[in-house]
Write a protein that binds this ligand. Sequence first.
Ligand code: ZN
Length: 184
Amino acid sequence: MSELLRKHSLSDVDAVLISHLHADHCVDVLAAYTLLSAHGHSGLPVYGPAGWAGRMDAFLDVPGAMSAVFTVRELFDGLQMVFGGLAVEAFLTEHNAETYGFRAAAGSAVAAYSGDSGPCEAVERLAAKADLFLCEAGAERAGTKVHLTPEEAGEAAARGAAKRLIGPVEIAAKGRVVTVGAAT
Ligand SMILES: [Zn+2]
């Protein structure tokens, strides 16, 4: 969230998507909760795996904390969401927790994000002809079924005919800005 707040305010955000409940992918929701509740804001839609709000409430030891500040939504495979001009679909991926990747389309431009995932058919469907595919590649060896190696991420992107892969091919770096589709 710190990177987001370098360029935007939380009030600019239309929705938050939590891919899964491993701490490195979800704890910023607690910071957003603290910031928004301190300013009396409510209603920001937050989508996450089943039970996400209860997990966060339990961490804070405040029943109903998330629903007081956020509009709580739960993800499922194939869920289609629209935020302004952005159409987003959730894809259940292969990981050691309920995890989703996302494809986001604005006009003809498509960006996809793998979430955490081992090799699976969903990763290839996420990558399918995407203008940009942001793919995790954290496994050091193949066959973990939890994360992808750089080789497996590249293979999935190639099979899906993704046009551009950020991760093992073009390195994702803090603060990097990538434009998807034709510049307007
Ligand atoms: Zn994970």
